[in-house]
Write a protein that binds this ligand. Structure first.
Ligand code: 13P
Ligand code: SF4
Length: 321
């Protein structure tokens, strides 16, 4: 409508004027992803967002996602201005792993290598030996296991269990969860599979074990899009944030994409297959962040934390290269 096209045009003008580029996650709303594509930005998973932002020549990064993604961008590119549509876009994994408790957990197990998921605060990253995203988690844990290392994994318990099973490594796991993936329901998914016998089930490893057990493919957002392409099935039941449907449908225009069930009939859930914090990235908020920047939109990371968090983040990027 008129208001949307007004903001789209405004954002395009402001991006040019500020020498800024948009870096958006697959879970943001389709109109945000479309705008990032149209303006030469990127739409991707957490790992690619980090890589794209740090390699790009723009002087300002507009990160459409949640706060840890903005912080990661700032840590990797301190010379750039990093703006977010809102600084209140959190993540339940980040919120569920406060630094004081995490420090105590690590202190209690000094013999373990500390591996943290990208979905954490700068302070938690600063305490870690490694940062990982879901696209390289299994490979990294296998690598550390082959070196004989014992591991602390934080914060996602489902991904932690998944990488432990895959690698056979000795992993001590923090008990966090993603409020979106935690909602997928096993019996409803079994019923859906019976209704769609030709469908493949694609699952993000932040989902509970019983959901992962029903999967034909398990992986990060970008790996799930890849699986939708390579699997022969005409339909895909997708257990991750529905934001992914925008790029997945582009990748497989002839396949039918179905949302995995999140709640029984008549039930409600706070985050039915769409992250409430990702949903805070609207067109108006993006335009305002580019126009006004400042306290309400600009990401800052304490210099000491930045220096300490840069190490494990750079390790992640080199390992993934
Ligand atoms: P990936 O895009 O790296 O799979 O991460 C999923 C996620 O939950 C980000 O919030
Ligand atoms: Fe965090 Fe889950 Fe939202 Fe991703 S989808 S930002 S893991 S709460």
């Amino acid at each position: 409508d008129d208001e949307k096209s007004f903001y789209r045009e405004k954002i395009k003008t402001l991006l040019k004027a500020r020498n800024a580029v948009m870096v958006a996650h697959y879970y943001t709303d389709p109109e945000i992803q479309a705008l990032a594509e149209e303006t030469g930005g990127c739409v991707s998973d957490s790992l690619e967002m980090a890589r794209f932002g740090s390699n790009h020549s723009a002087t300002t990064l507009l990160v459409a996602g949640v706060r840890f993604m903005g912080e990661t961008a700032k840590i990797l590119s301190p010379e750039k201005t990093v703006l977010m549509p809102t600084l209140e876009a959190e993540c339940s994994l980040d919120l569920g792993c406060p630094i004081e408790e995490f420090n105590a957990f690590c202190d209690a197990h000094p013999d373990r290598t500390v591996v943290v998921y990208a979905n954490t605060s700068a302070a938690v990253k600063a305490r870690a030996d490694w940062v990982v995203t879901s696209s390289i988690a299994v490979e990294l844990i296998e690598h550390l296991d082959s070196l004989g290392e014992k591991i602390i994994w934080a914060p996602d318990r489902h991904l932690g269990r998944y990488v432990t099973q895959k690698s056979g490594a000795d992993v001590l796991c923090w008990q966090g969860a993603c409020i979106v993936h935690d909602e997928f329901k096993t019996q409803a998914l079994q019923r859906m599979k019976a209704l769609y016998p030709d469908a493949a089930v694609l699952v993000h490893p932040e989902s509970p074990q019983a959901i992962v057990d029903l999967a034909d493919a398990v992986g990060s957002t970008s790996q799930l899009i890849q699986a939708a392409k390579s699997l022969p099935h005409p339909q895909m039941i997708v257990a991750t944030d529905r934001g992914i449907f925008y790029k997945m449908q582009q990748a497989v225009p002839d396949k039918e994409l179905l949302e995995a069930p999140t709640a029984g009939e008549g039930a409600t859930c706070r985050s039915c297959a769409h992250c409430p914090w990702m949903a805070m990235n609207g067109l108006k908020a993006i335009a305002e962040s580019l126009e006004f920047g400042g306290k309400t939109h600009e990401i800052h990371v304490d210099a000491g934390l930045r220096e300490a968090a840069l190490l494990p983040l750079n390790r992640m990027l080199s390992f993934a290269a």
